[in-house]
Design a protein around this ligand. Structure first.
Ligand code: RP5
Length: 165
C-alpha cells in the first residue's frame, strides 16, 4: 500500500454492511490504491453524513463509494451535498433481498446523479473497479495495473474452457 493520501472513501450505513463493502476494499488493495473506510448512517447519524460530505473535498477524496441497505438514503444524500462523484452499492437486505436498496439508490430524481452498481458483493467489487478506472484517467501507472487485472481474469477463462474441470 502506498503512502499516498486516499482519494477514495468507502462509506456504509452500518457495520453490518462491511461484509459486502469489503469487496470494494479488496479490489483497491489489489490495485494498490489507498482508501478511507467509515460507517456513516443517513438515518442514525444524519449530522455526521452532512459533515462528511461537506469536508470530503478538502480531505482530497475524488470518488466516494457508498453502500447501504433497505431504504438506502446514504448515497443520494451524500451526492446532494458534494460534487464528488458517488458510486452507490445496494446492500442485500434481509426482507427484500436488496431490491429495496437498489430502487432507493438507482431511482435518483433528475439533477443529482448517483452511479449505481449491482446488488451485493459484485456491486461492491465493481464499485472499487469503477472508482479505480475514474482515477486512472489521470494516472497512467494505475491504468497499467487495471489492464493487468483484466488480462489476468481473461487468462483464467481462456485457460479453463472445459466447464467440467
Ligand atoms: C442500513 O440498514 C444499513 O446500510 C444496513 O444495510 C441496514 C441494516 O443495518 P443494521 O440494522 O444491520 O445496522 O442503514
Amino acid at each position: 500500500m502506498s503512502n499516498q493520501h486516499p482519494q477514495i472513501a468507502i462509506v456504509m450505513g452500518s457495520q453490518s454492511d462491511w461484509a459486502t463493502m469489503q469487496e470494494a476494499s479488496q479490489i483497491l488493495d489489489q490495485l494498490q490504491l489507498p482508501y478511507h473506510v467509515e460507517v456513516v448512517s443517513a438515518h442514525r447519524t444524519p449530522d455526521k453524513l452532512f459533515s462528511f460530505a461537506e469536508t470530503a473535498e478538502q480531505k482530497g477524496y475524488k470518488v466516494i463509494i457508498a453502500g447501504a441497505g433497505g431504504a438506502a438514503h446514504l448515497p443520494g444524500m451524500l451526492a446532494a451535498k458534494t460534487l464528488i462523484p458517488v458510486l452507490g452499492v445496494p446492500v442485500k437486505s434481509s426482507m427484500l433481498s436488496g431490491v429495496d436498496s437498489l430502487y432507493s439508490i438507482v431511482q435518483m430524481p433528475k439533477g443529482i446523479p448517483v452511479g449505481t452498481l449491482a446488488i451485493g458483493p459484485a456491486g461492491a467489487a465493481n464499485a472499487g473497479l469503477l472508482a479505480a478506472q475514474i482515477l486512472a484517467a489521470w494516472d497512467t501507472e494505475l491504468s497499467i495495473r487495471l489492464k493487468a487485472f483484466r488480462d489476468k481474469q481473461t487468462k483464467v477463462v481462456l485457460d479453463n474452457p472445459d466447464p467440467r474441470n
